[in-house]
Write a protein that binds this ligand. Sequence first.
Ligand code: CO
Length: 134
Amino acid sequence: MLGRLNHVALAVPDLAAATAAYRDTLGARVTAPQALPEHGVTVVFVDVGNTKIELLEPLGAGSPIQAFLEKNPSGGMHHVCYEVDDILAARDQLKAAGARVLGDGSPKTGAHGKPVLFLHPKDFFGTLVELEQA
Ligand code: CO
C-alpha cells in the first residue's frame, strides 16, 4: 500500500521567517506561499531533491495546527505524507485493520491538487500520517 515519502510537514509560527531560513540560510528552493482555507493552513514547499518539506502556518480561526503550535510554540514536526496508488482502497484496508481515519473519512483535496486523508496519530505511534493519492 505504502509508496514514496511525499513530504514531511513542519508547523511553524511564522511562515515568512521559516521560508527565509530555508531559502537564505539553508540555500533551498522554496515555493510561493499557498493558502489552503479548506485545511486551515498556508503552506510553502521546500524542494530537497528526494522529497519535500512542507512548512505550515495556521490560516483562519480553528486551524487544525493551532493547538499543536500552542504545545510547541517554536514549531515542530507535524506529519509525514506517504503516497498511495488508490486512496479509497487504502482507506478501506486501513479501516478494516482498525486504524482511525480523521474527519468524515472522505478524501479532501491537498496542496498538490490530489486527494488526501489523515490517519490518527495514536494508531501510528504518535505521528500524524497523511496519505496522498500519487
Ligand atoms: Co501534508
